[in-house]
Design a protein around this ligand. Structure first.
Ligand SMILES: C[S@@+](CC[C@H](N)C(=O)[O-])C[C@H]1O[C@@H](n2cnc3c(N)ncnc32)[C@H](O)[C@@H]1O
Length: 384
């Protein structure tokens, strides 16, 4: 069975491991920001289609000692690359280097390209083109100490780029992070759910798709679809199955509502919901979270309020946002469970609630906590 490496946001490794296990992956090893696993190729195709928390799925093509150009060149040439692409296919090589003979990725990446191009020239008399934007064969080279690992990336574009967010809100959550946080929260997928500071509605879309059993990769194309050794029948059957499940689940959307005080955010959220096939399934409102009365009684709240690192409004404005969120939670969410993403430890106290769980997770470079609050019937908090 081929070996694979799936990447995720730091802090979501166990969520990713659980997702991989449910897709049929074997020998799952949790790493920092990733899981290694072994699987039949069809499991890797399904991973591209179904992983909610994963960002990339890469297949290991070769691993060996490489302490200089010659060894790396030979290692690359030991792989038959014509099993991946035809002579008119395109490729791109990306690299990562740590404690290696190479100071940076530029030279070793060139060695990899040269070795593949030489192999094609020797066999077919032509070399494949290098294409940065949508290569047929995206390759990743990892040089670590004396070891080199060569991967081919099944997705091409990262898996979090689902395609429903054509316009970006100022500080949007990565879709895979939003979905991973929802899975981490272990909510009942059918629980009435609100996001009082919804921005571009990432949590709402991902929550709907989880409840509706819609694969996040439906409607996208992946690099592996263009590989010569892809089992097209197995892929087609995995895709058909995902389409059947999406059709069966299309009426299984819980009550969902979002609010944001920024009119631009609401316009972007509306467009995202349309692109995600959720028109009419989610209620949006423009206004301050502090005076929002959702259209139903929420059982779950998930939100990503501003915490300063990226939006950088002044501190008083940040405190106001957190106080408004506190008012909303106290006033509208009795009996609900709330999850709040926070990248600034000074802010949660303005909610006037005590968290029952703090899970460390990164939002890009920002170290955050996914805070959980059980809000009881009188608006107080029970620690667990
Ligand atoms: C970090 S962004 C949320 C991004 C969102 N999760 C996404 O994926 O697009 C924070 C959002 O909180 C909103 N916000 C801040 N204070 C607010 C308040 N008092 N009431 C409502 N929305 C507020 C901002 O307009 C912004 O859209």
């Amino acid at each position: 069975m081929p070996n694979y490496y799936a990447a995720c946001t730091l802090g979501l490794e166990q969520v990713l491991a659980d997702e991989l296990a449910s897709l049929g992956a074997d020998q799952i090893e949790v790493k920092k920001g990733a899981c290694a696993f072994a699987a039949e190729p069809v499991v890797a195709y399904r991973a591209c289609l179904w992983l909610r928390s994963g960002i990339r799925v890469q297949q290991e093509m070769a691993r060996g000692r490489a302490t200089g150009r010659a060894e790396l060149y030979d290692l690359v040439k030991s792989v038959d690359w014509s099993r991946s692409i035809a002579k008119d296919g395109t490729l791109a090589v990306d690299g990562a280097v740590k404690d290696s003979w190479a100071n940076d990725t530029r030279f070793p990446v060139l060695v990899v390209k040269d070795a593949i191009c030489d192999q094609f020239r020797e066999v077919h008399g032509v070399r494949p083109d290098v294409e940065k934007d949508r290569p047929d064969l995206p390759i990743k080279l990892v040089l670590r100490g004396d070891e080199a690992i060569l991967y081919r990336d099944l997705g091409g574009a990262p898996l979090h780029k689902r395609g429903y967010r054509e316009i970006q809100h100022k500080s949007p959550l990565n879709e895979a992070l939003a979905a991973g946080l929802l899975l981490l929260a272990e909510l009942d997928p059918m629980a009435p759910l609100v996001d009082p500071m919804c921005g571009s509605a990432t949590f709402l879309v991902e929550a709907a798709w989880i409840a509706m059993d819609r694969a996040p990769g439906l409607g996208r194309s992946f690099a592996f679809e263009r590989w010569r050794d892809t089992d097209q029948a197995a892929w087609q059957s995995a895709y058909d199955d995902a389409e059947r499940r999406a059709t069966a689940g299309q009426d299984r959307c819980p009550q969902l509502a979002g609010n944001d005080r920024h009119p631009g955010a609401i316009a972007i959220a509306e467009q995202a919901l349309r692109s995600a096939g959720l028109t009419g399934k989610v209620t949006l409102r423009h206004g301050d979270a502090g005076d929002w009365v959702p259209p139903f009684e929420p059982a779950a709240v998930v939100t990503n309020p501003p915490y300063g690192e990226r939006l950088q409004p002044d501190a008083a404005e940040l405190v106001d946002s957190w106080r408004a969120l506190g008012e909303f939670l106290h006033g509208q969410c009795r009996g609900a469970t709330a999850h709040v993403l926070c990248g600034n430890p000074d802010l949660p106290r303005h909610l006037g609630l005590r968290s029952s769980r703090k899970h460390p997770v990164n939002n890009g470079p920002i170290e955050c906590r996914w805070l959980r609050y059980e809000i009881d019937a009188i608006g107080e908090v029970r620690g667990r």
